[in-house]
Design a protein around this ligand. Sequence first.
Ligand code: PLP
Length: 393
Amino acid sequence: MAILAKNMEFLGTETAFEVLARAAELERQGKEIINLGIGQPDFKTPPHIVEAAIKALKDGHHGYTPSQGILPLREAVSRDLYNRYNVEIDPDLVMILPGGKPTMFFSILMFGEPGTEILYPDPGFPIYRSMIEYCGAKPVPIHLKEENEFSFDAEEVVSRITPETRLIILNTPGNPTGGVVGERELDILVRGLAENPHTVLLADEIYSQMLYEGRVHKCLLTYPEVRDQIILLDGWSKTYAMTGWRLGFSVWPRNLIEKVNRLAVNCHSCVNAATQYAGIAALEGPQERVHEMVAAFDERRKVIVELLNQLPGFSCIDPGGAFYAFPNITKTGFTSMEIQNKILEEAGVATIAGPSFGIHGEGYIRFSYANSIENIRLAARRIDELLDGTQAS
Ligand code: PLP
């Protein structure tokens, strides 16, 4: 029998894909499932981006590219960051990767080992903890609380930095909560970081363009005093409805870029060439579709929050960003997992139980509102009918 490396025991997973598989199975059995589980825009990639990829293939861009990404794309990323945040980023510090995920994978691999500590948000993206445990580092959860609108207390985070803390992971706007970390907290965190030069911060800003009600995203790269301690993760998946293209970027401190490039060479060599050309078209082309998508998400956000607050036992605060609502379901009398399974199997609505995002997710359930208003209304009606008069034993 094959003998696996010990660390394989500690590798977690993303339950979203399991829920997706179960939903697909129920559909095959003839059930009509409304998918509010998956975290991807339900829009199509804008056509000019698709055309750019087709053109690149027709023009013969079939081969390997530099592992760091083609220079015109890295320059386009640099211009995009300048336009959005007024920061000057050397394209040599930009890394093009197959999605946002490899940036977290590589950063955690780079810093995590037994005897080190990594702080990460809980509830948060499940891959953070999975990779921390895989590397043998100590996972130190930062509890994101509903009463703080799922932001965190930066003083508390700073107080938890020890000489062993190699990495802090921050995600704003956040998955699964939609919470946004305000500027005051970021200022305090940055001051704490500056006092701890041995600690690096991974800023997962994949939802940076999805903010509502006048909120403005504050990118961690706009703090020059900690520029050498910040890894920025962002990408095309959510902003341009390109999840399946597998394209993301990150910006690295100068002393780390060669290291991440080396990991890329060892892992995937480079992102496929045509996709990189599509990435240029996305950043340099018209942005109307992005604004339309965000406006559509905002409309759905208002609808879903109102409907969730009317469901028996549910209460839901306004998410400030991303495309997730994270209602509190403790008053239903069911656990998160019971609710997730019940509404999938009996009401045909796919969602994700809070504990899939960490222990502090118990009592909550994630709804992705990357679906039509019509489907959101239908889902709420079905859940309402199911829960009305139902009592947990
Ligand atoms: N970071 C967060 C917080 C996410 O929610 C996701 C995807 O759901 C990612 C990163 C990964 O994005 P990608 O699909 O580009 O790898």
